[in-house]
Design a protein around this ligand. Structure first.
Ligand code: PEP
Ligand code: MG
Length: 482
């Protein structure tokens, strides 16, 4: 089967900025679409996203990308066979001809690569995750969800740390999603009680965006909920430290710190709140910070150190940095590199270095749910997917729930012992029973009492009439039906 038609067009992403969508059709009339996300906190070595630089949408348009597709790319690919992703991507990379895809744009290449990948799966009548898994020879497994509860940094005003995430230990999508829902809505009430109604506004990833708070307050609130929701969870941060680093100093919550003092701050948070991981704890070009990470390599660490801006989904960078096994986890974002073939190579390189693979959305997302298939199909340890609100974030949660439901229904239709697919919808470190097709959810949790913390950095400023000493009382709608 071959490609019959390629239609590129401009749509808006979740920040309301233009992005590129490609619709690709096969000879027999099947059609797939893929739309490209965009980051706000960028690694310096990310592949280049091409924008018009002038004209409509304040120059953020992608009309030049569309023109390049119509004039340079499409003529080469009409009649091109499907199910040849590596050759297809190689030809795209050659047409661009630059190291970081600055000629045609990484967004141009990724829109085509994604549409081609999806159309190839459709042609084989396979769910996308299965096609991805067979292509990469990987075992499908549900990832642990890294869910943004509170946002800051380049995604929201109010906090310097970019993402305060919870990571349910149970990988069953139903249980993980309910856990995230309960934590998110309880924290929303807590923030509203402490800082007033504006604290329920959200940042780019749907994380709450309270003003006048501090990391201690957020971590304290999150840690008080552990054990009171469906699944135990860990707490993870994405510091995205590039965004609060300047001239050798990190400016964070009114302090100006060298890398060594920032590390002490992290250690203090970890000793109180037991952090699971910190992503991009230092700026990528801060040698002092890199030295601290190097010195930790091979020794027991207080928390996992995760790379995003350091490695930018680039196989060579991952291999280079992992010679010294610098990172315990590596974030994978397809648009940092520009094609899915290179994304798969980065995943393989991360795995070969024994790092945990964490597939990630971008802060400027689309409603495409490919990432859920990717994370499940390659059996990634983690999937960063934002808060459980807003269409572009919820699309990824819902796709995982859909995959789980499909697997569950397939299993129910197959005689016992003849399962074709094992969903592995079980906890990696949690306590769900292995192979359970219909999760037995624990009974609903009572509203969670929250004790306001004493923060050494910023004291919460209560907003009248709510008193900070009063336990937060989530409404009964927060409690899922049992
Ligand atoms: C991140 O830094 O991990 C992230 C998702 O944000 P952005 O897309 O802005 O890089
Ligand atoms: Mg990051």
């Amino acid at each position: 089967m071959t490609i019959k038609q390629i239609i590129p067009y401009q749509i808006l992403d979740s920040r309301g900025e233009p992005t590129l969508m490609v619709q690709m059709s096969s000879e027999n009339g099947k059609t797939a679409k893929f739309a490209v996300p965009a980051g706000a906190s960028l690694g310096k070595t990310e592949a280049v996203e091409k924008r018009d630089g002038e004209g409509p949408y304040g120059g953020l348009g992608v009309l030049h990308c569309i023109e390049a597709i119509n004039t340079v790319i499409t003529p080469k690919f009409i009649g091109y066979p499907l199910d040849q992703l590596e050759d297809f991507d190689e030809l795209l990379i050659a047409l661009d001809g630059s190291e970081r895809k600055e000629n045609l744009g990484a967004n141009t290449l990724l829109a085509l690569s994604g549409a081609y990948l999806k159309l190839s799966a459709l042609e084989k009548n396979q769910p996308l995750w299965q096609y991805i898994s067979e292509h990469n020879n990987t075992s499908p497994e549900f990832p642990q969800l890294f869910a943004t509860i509170v946002g800051g940094g380049k995604h929201a005003p109010g906090l310097d740390i970019q993402e305060y995430m919870i990571v349910p230990q149970n990988t069953n999508p139903d249980i993980a999603t309910q856990t995230i829902y309960d934590v998110y809505h309880t924290i929303r009430t807590v923030m509203e009680n402490l800082y007033g109604p504006s604290a329920t506004l959200v940042g780019d990833e749907g994380g709450l965006a309270p003003i006048g708070t501090s990391t201690e307050v957020i971590l304290e609130a999150l840690s008080q909920l552990n054990g009171k929701v469906q699944s135990k969870f860990d707490i993870a941060l994405d510091a995205a430290a590039n965004s609060f680093y300047k001239d050798g100093l990190y400016t964070i919550e009114t302090q100006s710190l060298h890398a060594s003092d920032l590390f002490k701050l992290y250690q203090g948070w970890d000793s109180k709140f037991n952090l699971y991981s910190i992503e991009d704890p230092f700026a990528e070009d801060d040698l002092e910070g890199t030295e601290i990470i190097k010195n930790m390599a091979g020794k027991p660490k207080p928390f996992l150190v995760v790379a995003d801006d350091y490695t930018t989904t680039n196989k060579s960078r991952i291999e280079e940095m992992q010679k010294d096994t610098l990172f315990d986890g590596i974030v994978i974002k397809p648009n940092q590199v520009g094609t899915f073939t290179e994304t798969f190579a980065a995943i393989a390189a991360a795995r070969a270095s024994k790092a945990k693979v964490i597939i990630s959305h971008r802060s400027g997302e689309t409603t495409d749910s490919l990432l859920a298939d990717l994370a499940y199909g390659v059996g990634a340890m983690g999937l960063k997917l934002g808060a459980p609100i807003r269409g572009e974030r919820v699309a990824k949660y819902n796709r995982l729930l859909e995959i789980a439901a499909d697997l569950d229904s397939n299993q129910r239709q197959s005689p016992v012992g003849s399962r074709v697919i094992s969903p592995s919808a079980t906890a990696k470190t949690g306590s769900a029973p292995a192979g359970t097709s219909t999760p037995q959810l624990p009974p609903s949790t009572p509203p969670v009492a929250y004790k306001p913390p004493v923060s050494p950095i910023v004291q919460p400023q209560p907003v009248a009439p709510a008193a900070p000493t009063t336990a937060a009382q989530p409404t009964s709608s927060l409690v899922p039906p049992s």
